[in-house]
Design a protein around this ligand. Structure first.
Ligand SMILES: C[S@@+](CC[C@H](N)C(=O)[O-])C[C@H]1O[C@@H](n2cnc3c(N)ncnc32)[C@H](O)[C@@H]1O
Length: 302
């Protein structure tokens, strides 16, 4: 890793992506003071913390979609333990390796949560004296608020992967980490030759916890999602990267946080949950699979 130079310290590593569109009529949004507006007069106010809500009510399947406030807080505390850092570093290295060194990279983190992976990417880019324009989008208003409170350098958007409030062909890379890929939408917002960097749970992810929670472990999901990617025009590039890291949980509260930030809290059998909730220490393995998908076409660097 290189040390940032005085020059790079002066220059922001990450600036907000501005190619936003109206979630109601897909027209371009233009900044007008503390709002984003489209030509038809739809207006979206920028919150005090800097994020903007571009999720219209008709796109909501519930009153409070996505991760709850409790899930977001639990994930933040768990990330602060450092165990997920190797995953974030590997994802950042993968994204930066796809970058043309001369042009700033436009990145969307689709399902960004509280912004952990995008912030790590900005740090890694800074260390290499590279710059990004970036948006982090999540359907959870709690996650986006938490992201905006930690960094003003990206466009933080409440929105849905199912109808991204972004112009066609405006990003080089879509990151989707432990999220919900919508391949047709990812293809629409990517420039020709752009990439999706997908981080997903591997077969051994949280195995020690799952062995406590479930009498029978489900087999790994297989390649079901990959055919959807191909149907949207993506090809898989290179090998699957298997990332392994360890997480040492040393209190009952930390184990509870891990349960809270995963779907296991709702899925697990009652006696399994009771066993996990009674524990005061647990070593768990993190296992993620990192894949790069590429769209056909030469990337326009102009
Ligand atoms: C497992 S969390 C991962 C968050 C983040 N990428 C991370 O790894 O820290 C999944 C995230 O996807 C969000 N989400 C769920 N459905 C979504 C959708 N349709 N569009 C965008 N985000 C969505 C949730 O609110 C949640 O923050």
């Amino acid at each position: 890793m290189t040390t940032p130079t005085a020059d790079s310290a002066d220059r922001p590593t990450m600036t907000p992506l501005t190619a936003l569109t109206c979630p109601l009529d897909a027209q371009p949004l233009v900044r007008d003071g503390q709002s984003w507006c489209c030509a038809d007069g739809h207006r979206f106010d920028i919150a005090r913390q800097g994020h903007v809500n571009l999720l219209p009510v008709q796109r909501k399947r519930s009153l409070d979609p996505g991760d709850s406030k409790a899930m977001v807080s639990a994930r933040q505390r768990l990330f602060a333990l450092g165990g997920y850092q190797p995953l974030a570093s590997a994802l950042a290295d993968c994204v930066l390796a796809l970058m043309d060194q001369e042009a700033p990279l436009a990145v969307l983190d689709a399902g960004c949560g509280e912004g952990f992976y995008l912030r790590q990417l900005a740090c890694a880019a800074g260390e290499q004296n590279l710059s990004l324009t970036a948006a982090g989008l999540d359907i959870s208003k709690h996650a986006v608020l938490a992201a905006a409170k930690q960094s003003r350098d990206a466009a933080w958007l409440v929105g849905t992967n199912a109808a991204l409030p972004l112009e066609d062909a405006c990003v080089d890379i879509v990151i989707c980490a432990f999220g919900f890929p919508v391949w047709q939408e990812f293809a629409r917002v990517l420039k020709p030759g752009g990439h999706v960097v997908l981080l997903e749970a591997g077969a051994d992810h949280l195995l020690a916890l799952r062995r406590i929670l479930y009498r029978e472990l489900k087999p790994a999901r297989g390649d079901a999602g990959l055919s959807a990617a191909e149907a949207a025009g993506f090809t898989i590039s290179g090998e699957v990267g298997h990332l392994h890291a360890g997480l040492s949980l040393t209190s009952n509260e930390q184990i509870r946080d891990l349960l809270t930030m995963t779907p296991h809290l709702y899925r697990a059998e009652r006696d399994g949950l009771a066993r996990a909730e009674a524990m005061t220490a647990l070593e768990v393995e993190l296992h993620a699979e990192l894949r790069v998908f590429s769209l056909e076409g030469v990337q326009d660097k102009s």
